[in-house]
Design a protein around this ligand. Structure first.
Ligand code: F1P
Length: 346
């Protein structure tokens, strides 16, 4: 099916995205050099979760003020979101380039805030979003037949990571990004084995995905994949927030997936222990340099030589495949989830 092809094609599509970005971005005319530029990231559904992840890493890498908002908030609740005394760049993210709310948000910005520069990030550069935006990041090689977004998510996020590293003049980070296609190619079968073991286990009744900072958008996206493809109860939280109430839903059969950062590892180990104490099953996607003795019931060790933010994309294929494997287990068609279309039109 298409979803399988699109998940497993990611080593190729990531390599192509890096090629496209190094050719197009330097000459696109958008400048993020002014230190006081504010950067908005706008999308719907998967593209909003992408915006959340991108905004956090962009802020970390460039030091600019960054904000992720669902497109609907630009249209219906824009008070005080958009400053008027500094340059503003808005990245409008959409696989299809035709989602109504996103088009309305871009039109709203252009009408009411003409100084905002809009950059379309899309896999369909022949569609309306690209036509109405000032600049287009065209990732048509990552477009999809499936309703669910998999490679389009990671490729659009990779493109924004590339822009962040380039704008900040961070050659070290660009070097790391350039390594990702080869690392993914090397590790993808290990990720799929993991996804199958965890997703296709009928004993797991509900899933919780935990991620912090730029990983929070990944955790919410992993939740959406599982929800769209399988309708399994699942939720996402910041791991530290999880202990402030939501942990009360954990019981035997609750599978808690940690997207682990090296930076806060000792605290994360405490949370893993807390979840085990209340009879949850724990899984850690974790840098291989610290995976031994992390205490989780299942471990997927990922490249520990990369920085936390450069490693982030490597978490996604495993989590996408988890949802895919569960859809197969339940006899569902992952390409065509219940109640969903590729595009939501108002
Ligand atoms: C965004 C989106 C998807 C969702 C569904 C409907 O589309 O909300 O995230 O899975 O297929 O559309 P787009 O604006 O990125 O094309």
């Amino acid at each position: 099916d298409a979803t399988f092809e699109e998940i497993t094609n990611q080593p190729n599509s990531w390599a192509k995205t890096l090629e496209v970005m190094s050719e197009m971005w330097p000459s696109c005319g958008i400048s993020l050099e002014a230190g006081n530029t504010h950067v908005l990231f706008i999308g719907c559904g998967t593209s909003f979760y992408l915006a959340q992840s991108a905004a956090r890493l962009f802020q970390e890498v460039t030091g600019k003020v960054c904000l992720a908002v669902p497109a609907s908030e630009i249209i219906f609740a824009d008070t005080s979101i958009i400053p008027n005394d500094v340059p503003v760049v808005a990245f409008a993210i959409s696989r299809s380039g035709t989602t109504s709310e996103l088009l309305m948000a871009v039109e709203h910005l252009q009408k009411n805030y003409p100084y905002v520069e809009t950059v379309a990030v899309t896999c369909h550069s022949d569609q309306m979003l690209a036509k109405i935006s000032q600049t287009v990041i065209s990732l048509d090689h990552a477009s999809e037949k499936s309703v669910v977004m998999t490679q389009s998510f990671t490729n659009m996020l990779l493109a924004l990571q590339w822009v962040a590293a380039t704008s900040a003049g961070r050659e070290d980070l660009l070097t790391e990004l350039n390594q990702l296609p080869v690392i993914l190619e090397r590790d993808i079968s290990k990720m799929m084995d993991f996804g199958r073991r965890i997703g296709a286990n009928i004993d797991f009744k509900q899933y919780i995905f935990l991620g912090l900072g730029t990983y929070y958008g990944l955790a919410t996206e992993a939740t959406l994949k599982l929800k769209e493809m399988t309708q399994t109860p699942c939720e996402s939280y910041n791991p530290f927030e999880f202990r402030h109430g939501p942990i009360s839903i954990v019981e035997n059969g609750t599978f808690v997936v940690f997207l682990v950062m090296r930076e806060n590892i000792s605290y994360t180990l405490d949370i893993i222990a807390d979840v085990k104490e209340v009879h949850g099953q724990t899984i850690a996607l974790i840098p291989d340099s610290i995976s031994d003795n992390c205490g989780a019931d299942f471990v997927l060790p990922l490249d520990g030589a990369l920085t936390d933010w450069a490693r982030s994309l490597l978490y996604m294929p495993a989590l996408q495949y988890l949802a895919y494997a569960r859809a197969k287990l339940l006899g569902l068609n992952p390409d065509q989830p219940r109640n969903l279309n590729q595009v939501v039109v108002l």
